[in-house]
Design a protein around this ligand. Structure first.
Ligand SMILES: Nc1ncnc2c1ncn2[C@@H]1O[C@H](COP(=O)(O)OP(=O)(O)OP(=O)(O)O)[C@@H](O)[C@H]1O
Ligand SMILES: [Mg+2]
Length: 407
């Protein structure tokens, strides 16, 4: 109870002092945390600029009056997007994204390893559109981290406003450890294939054709392997590409990268190739300040990085050729598997793999008792239009004592 009261008191104080009227915001209680909806007309820069430091000061005031287990340490996610209401409250794909950022391992680890009381994660949209345009000192405090929660794979930007760094240490360099392994080799983000479908069935002809083409390309230096998997929604393009990528992974020791281009992700716009390139370059371990601004410059840097390497790149759910082309390698050695509901005929260099429905025998093998699940969704009411498009969500962690680092 003390923690909940303390959290609400600290939030109200911090928002007001940051110039964001608490009573003008929407709030939803989420047990050990809350969702705060900030009216769209308020400058979003306040959330990145003054709010974190005001929150730190309000939390420290609470913690000095409530030492020990009644103290509060907080994770906060910042994002902006459209919201809607149904009979159960607020709902939106962008809210799911923010809660995934809030739940992400890098944010939890950042707070666990911090000497401070607050860890903030901004979505890549929020970072690019808001934080980047804040005073330089604000942007410089954020570091990118790869985020993979459920089916969401994205880049988040973490800031620890009150972490005490050892003298001489510039900032949050330790957070980029998720991108670079000891010794400087690109790490986890270059091994980002989703798990293979355990029950993968059939597609033998397409798989054999792909494997033969990849082996053939290995015999003919100079050939860039690009294969475009097309087919209607739900036919199994992603499952096929992921399955094939696992089968071929050993041939591409410099990395296997899975990037979703979001042509058909509900509530999300298709990825802009400029942003997709930033994600790829960050995953490759390029420092954020070394990533140039424009599409051509980013594409050139990405191609330079891939030159001479053996990397397997899965570009999933592409909207079209224009989105894909800037992400392609410029020289041989890599394999690119693109999936799209459209036939990417304008991508002349790509070999098409068209998927149609599984033949009855394969389809029957997929259907065994116990695998079926049933879901039902009711839409009730028209839903009132969302008054707010900017929002923050927070989750509290009791206790000011620093928890042990994750095993
Ligand atoms: N060959 C297969 N064997 C077993 N399961 C499969 C196979 N193909 C697809 N599935 C399953 O069917 C579902 C839909 O497949 P998938 O997501 O790959 O479709 P998709 O073509 O990529 O759809 P979208 O166009 O919406 O991206 C998934 O649950 C997947 O695991
Ligand atoms: Mg798919």
């Amino acid at each position: 109870m003390t923690i909940r009261d303390g959290l609400y008191h600290a939030m109200r104080e911090a928002f007001s002092r940051a110039g964001i009227p608490w009573d003008g915001c929407g709030h939803e209680d989420r047990g050990d945390g809350m969702l705060v909806l900030v009216p769209a007309e308020l400058p979003k820069g306040l959330l990145a600029g003054s709010l974190p430091s005001e929150l730190v000061s309000a939390l420290r005031t609470h913690n000095s009056a409530h030492p020990g287990p009644e103290g509060i340490r907080l994770r906060m996610a910042l994002h902006a997007g459209e919201v809607n209401y149904d009979d159960h409250g607020v709902t939106a794909a962008s809210i799911n994204l923010a809660f995934r950022l809030l739940d992400s391992v890098p944010l939890r680890e950042a707070l666990a390893g911090s000497s401070g009381v607050l860890a903030v994660i901004a979505s890549s949209w929020f970072f690019e559109e808001v934080v980047r345009h804040s005073p330089p000192a604000v942007g410089a405090a954020y570091r990118p981290v790869p985020v993979a929660v459920k089916e969401t794979t994205t880049t988040g930007w973490i800031c620890l406003p009150d972490h005490l760094y050892p003298s001489g240490q510039a900032g949050l360099e330790d957070l980029s450890a998720g991108i670079r392994a000891p010794g400087g080799a690109p790490a986890a983000a270059l091994r980002s294939l989703p798990r293979d479908t355990a029950a993968f069935t059939g597609r033998i002809r397409e798989l054999d054709g792909l494997v033969a083409a990849v082996c053939g390309a290995a015999q003919s230096p100079g050939v860039i392997g690009i294969h475009a998997v097309d087919g209607m929604a739900g036919i199994g393009k992603t499952a096929f590409a992921v399955h094939a990528a696992h089968r071929l992974a050993v041939r591409f020791p410099d990395g296997q990268i899975f990037l979703t281009l979001h042509a058909h992700t509900a509530g999300q716009r298709p990825a802009d190739p400029v942003d997709a390139l930033a994600t790829l370059l960050l995953a490759a371990g390029v420092a954020p300040q070394r990533i140039p601004a424009g599409l051509q410059a980013r594409s050139a840097l990405w191609r330079g990085y891939l030159a001479g390497k053996k990397v397997l790149l899965v570009l999933d759910d592409a909207a079209g050729t224009d989105q894909v082309r800037p992400l392609l390698p410029g020289s041989a050695g890599c394999l690119v598997l693109v999936t799209s509901r459209r036939k990417l005929t304008a991508l002349e260099e790509a070999a098409p793999i068209g998927l149609s429905t599984l033949p009855p025998g394969d389809a029957a093998r997929l259907a065994w008792p116990g695998r079926w699940s049933c879901s039902a969704t009711w839409a009730t009411g028209a839903g009132k239009p969302g008054p707010s498009t900017t929002w923050a969500s927070c989750s509290a962690v009791p206790g000011t004592t620093r928890p042990p680092p994750p095993a």
